[in-house]
Write a protein that binds this ligand. Structure first.
Ligand SMILES: NC(=O)c1ccc[n+]([C@@H]2O[C@H](COP(=O)([O-])OP(=O)(O)OC[C@H]3O[C@@H](n4cnc5c(N)ncnc54)[C@H](O)[C@@H]3O)[C@@H](O)[C@H]2O)c1
Length: 409
C-alpha cells in the first residue's frame, strides 16, 4: 500500500535540516511532484524561507524554490509533524575540543529522537548525512527506543548525498544514487521515491553499511590519490627535479594516471570523510590516515619553501593567487590556500591576495586585488589555486617571481 502511494506521489515527506543538502533535496522532490515539508530548528532559516528567499548561495535554486513555494508543494516549517517519510540531512562535523578527528553525531542523534517521538508503523526514515559506518543502525536504535515501535515495523535507510556545490540541482536530478538498508523492501520503497527525482541517474540498492562506506570511500579515493601526487612533489623538491614534468612523463604509460599536486586538500568533504573511516579502524586504515596527514602538511611545506626562497626577508609583500579551496568557487572554508596565507602572515610577511570569485575588498583581513594589481603590488606571488581566470591570463605571470603550487607556469 505504501509502495502504491509512493508511485502515486501521495506521500508526505519531511526533510530535517534545510542546509546545503536538505533544502535543494526538498525543492527537487517538490519539483518531482511530492508534497515536502522543510523542517529546521533554526528559526532564522525558516523565517527566511517563509519570506520567499533562500539563505544559501546556489545557482538556479532561488527560482526553483519560488516555483515550488508558489505551487504549495514545498512548505518550510518550524514544526515537525507526522509524515510518511523523514529524510535527515543534518550536519556531521568533527567533535570540538577533541584531539582525534572524530565525528560529532549529536545532530543525527537529536534528529533521530525528534522523529522517534512522532514515528508510526510503516514509516520510512532516510539518513542522508555523511556518517561513519554503522550510524544508520545507531539511528534505528534511537528510533526504536524513542518510539517504542519494534524495528521490524518501520524502515531505516541510508542514502548518501554526492552532489557538487554550484551544480546541486542538476546533480540531484542526474547523479546515480546508492540506497542501503538492512531490509530490501525499505530500499525498494526508497528507490521508488528517489526515482521520481533522479531523472537521468540510476538508484542502486545495497545494505546500509555498504552505502555508508560507499560515500566515504568515494572522497577517500580522491584524497589518497591527491596525497600520492603531493608526496611526489615533496620528494621531487629534495631531488631538485620538476614534479610536473615527472608526472607528465609517467602518465605517458598506458595504465598510469597520476593527479596533479597542489596546495593541499580543503573543503568539508574530502578533508573530513576519510577520518570517519580512520576513527572506526585506526589500526587498519593506514594509507587513508597517512594520505590525510600528507595533504594536511602540504600548506606548511609550501610556506617553508617560500620562507626559504625569500631568505626570511619580512620586508617583502607576498601575493596569494587564489584563496578558495578549489577552482572557480568562492568557498574559503578549510582552504589550504587560506592556510598558506595565514601562516605567512603569522610569520611576519605582509600578505595580500587575489580571489576573483569573491566580490569584496577584503577577506579575513587580507586585502583583495585584481590579478593585474597584485602583479604590480607584490614582491613575490604564490599561485595556490587553478582558477580559470589565472589559466587564461597565465602569460601575465611569466615575468613575475612565482611559487607555482600547480605547475601552471
Ligand atoms: N554541503 C555539501 O556539499 C555536502 C555534500 C555531500 C554530503 N554532505 C553532508 O550532508 C549533511 C548536511 O550538510 P549541509 O552542508 O547541508 O549542512 P548545513 O550546515 O548547510 O545544514 C544543516 C542544517 O541542519 C539544521 N539542523 C540541525 N539539527 C537539526 C534538527 N535536529 N532538525 C532539523 N534541522 C536541524 C541546521 O540548523 C542547518 O540549517 C552533512 O552530513 C554533510 O557532510 C554535504
Amino acid at each position: 500500500m505504501v509502495l502504491q502511494r509512493a508511485i502515486n506521489k501521495n506521500l508526505k515527506i519531511t526533510i530535517l535540516g534545510m542546509g546545503y543538502i536538505g533544502l535543494p533535496t526538498g525543492i527537487a522532490f517538490a519539483r518531482a511532484g511530492y508534497t515536502v515539508y522543510g523542517f529546521d530548528v533554526n528559526t532564522d532559516v525558516i523565517e527566511t524561507l517563509k519570506s520567499g528567499k533562500i539563505h544559501i548561495v546556489e545557482p538556479d535554486l532561488q527560482e526553483a524554490f519560488e516555483e515550488t513555494l508558489k505551487s504549495g508543494k514545498f512548505i518550510p516549517t518550524l514544526q515537525l509533524e507526522k509524515s510518511d517519510v523523514y529524510i535527515i540531512a543534518v550536519p556531521t562535523p568533527f567533535k570540538k575540543n577533541h584531539e582525534e578527528k572524530i565525528a560529532d553525531l549529536t545532530y543525527v542523534e537529536k534528529a533521530s529522537e525528534m522523529v522517534g517521538e512522532i514515528l508510526e508503523e510503516n514509516n520510512l526514515v532516510i539518513l542522508e548525512s555523511t556518517v561513519p559506518p554503522m550510524t544508520t543502525r545507531l539511528m534505528t536504535d534511537i528510533l526504536e527506543k524513542t518510539s517504542n515501535i519494534s524495528r521490524d515495523k518501520f524502515m531505516s535507510v541510508h542514502c548518501p548525498e554526492r552532489v557538487l556545490p554550484g551544480k546541486i540541482l542538476y546533480e540531484l536530478e542526474h547523479n546515480d544514487r546508492i540506497i542501503g538498508s538492512e531490509k530490501i523492501e525499505a530500499a525498494e520503497l526508497t528507490r521508488t521515491i528517489y526515482s521520481a527525482m533522479v531523472k537521468e541517474g540510476t538508484c542502486y540498492l545495497t545494505d546500509d553499511i555498504t552505502a555508508e562506506m560507499c560515500k566515504l570511500i568515494e572522497n577517500t579515493f580522491r584524497d589518497v590519490n591527491i596525497a600520492f601526487a603531493n608526496e611526489l612533489s615533496i620528494i621531487c623538491d629534495k631531488l631538485e627535479i620538476n614534479v610536473f614534468e615527472l608526472i607528465k612523463l609517467a602518465n605517458k604509460h598506458p595504465r598510469v594516471n597520476i593527479l596533479t599536486p597542489g596546495a593541499g586538500v580543503g573543503g568539508h568533504c574530502l578533508a573530513v570523510d576519510p577520518w570517519f573511516i580512520v576513527e572506526k579502524f585506526p589500526n587498519e586504515a593506514k594509507v587513508i590516515k597517512e594520505a590525510r596527514l600528507i595533504n594536511d602538511f602540504k600548506p606548511r611545506f609550501i610556506v617553508n619553501k617560500v620562507d626559504e626562497i625569500l631568505e626570511r626577508n619580512k620586508e617583502l609583500t607576498i601575493g596569494i593567487l587564489g584563496l578558495a579551496y578549489k577552482p572557480d568557487i568562492d568557498d574559503l572554508r578549510e582552504s589550504p590556500a587560506m592556510e598558506i596565507a595565514e601562516i605567512l602572515r603569522d610569520k611576519g610577511y605582509k600578505v595580500i591576495a587575489c580571489e576573483p570569485n569573491v566580490n569584496k575588498k577584503e577577506v579575513c583581513k587580507f586585502k583583495l586585488y585584481s590579478l593585474e594589481e597584485i602583479i604590480e603590488e607584490a614582491d613575490y606571488l604564490v599561485l595556490a589555486q587553478g582558477h580559470t581566470e589565472f589559466k587564461n591570463k597565465i602569460a601575465k605571470l611569466k615575468n613575475s617571481k612565482v611559487y607555482d603550487c600547480l605547475g601552471l607556469i
